[in-house]
Ligand binder design. Structure first.
Ligand code: MG
Length: 239
């Protein structure tokens, strides 16, 4: 899983370098797919329940699962890119949100707070940590910053499959007595906060995939695959 994660991180680094005004999301997808295959891995999203591309490219009000294509990136766009691969029999999954060209202060702050919410979640990880503690860490950063937090889509366990139990919600259970699974040392999960400038409500567009905010305000999505280590989180989707 370290190797799968490293490949994901390398591809995201490449996309961060390449993404710029004038490029299409389809061109980024093609670059990502050849980079993934050159490293001896497979693009995990391609063909997943019929998804037609290797990466998800979600722009501005698109939260997740945007289909790459002819859309031309312009200055001020917020581009969330999600990359998943299989290397040998293991999965890696991570996402970044990139400011294209000159972004507004509001957009930069949204990305920063989304990063902080993921960091806060990573920081509570230790053997036995409850999934609800991870959710609560994400939620506290997002709420303090006065952002919406998407509940409909969640993080997840990950290993030999891209999506395994347990779900890792971005919002903690409403009742403290709700039983939330504890994660033993060695558990591997993908944590993926999705923060929005307005409502937490989302809709799926007619393409059957693209998830957008109901009020069409911008969203950011940042994700890492992490392992529960003896002394805390071990980030797997890093170089
Ligand atoms: Mg994921």
């Amino acid at each position: 899983m370290r190797e799968a994660g490293r490949i994901v991180a390398e591809v995201l680094e490449l996309l961060k370098k390449k993404a710029r005004v004038g490029l299409t999301t389809g061109e980024l997808d093609a670059m990502a797919e050849s980079a993934i295959r050159e490293k001896g891995a497979l693009p995990a999203f391609k063909g997943y329940r019929g998804f037609p591309a290797s990466i998800c490219a979600s722009v501005n009000c698109e939260v997740v699962h945007g289909i790459p294509g002819g859309r031309v990136l312009k200055s001020g766009d917020l581009l969330s890119v999600d990359v998943g691969v299989f290397w040998q029999d293991f999965a890696g999954d991570a996402a970044v949100t990139i400011c294209i060209g000159e972004c507004s202060e509001d957009a930069v702050r949204l990305v920063k707070k989304t990063e902080e919410s993921l960091e806060a979640a990573i920081n509570v990880i230790e053997p036995g940590v409850r999934v609800s503690d991870i959710s609560r860490a994400i939620e506290s950063v997002a709420r303090k910053a006065n952002y919406g937090l998407v509940e409909t889509y969640t993080g997840h366990g990950i290993g030999a499959k891209m999506h395994e139990p347990p779900q890792v919600p971005n919002v903690a259970p409403k009742h403290i007595w709700t039983k939330s699974p504890g994660l033993p040392e060695g558990a591997t999960i993908a944590i993926e906060p999705m923060l929005t400038e307005g409502t937490s409500d989302v809709e799926v567009l007619e393409d059957g995939w693209t998830v957008v905010t109901a009020d069409r305000k911008p969203a950011a999505h940042i994700e890492h695959t992490v392992a529960v280590g003896e002394h805390g989180a071990v980030l797997l989707t890093v170089l």
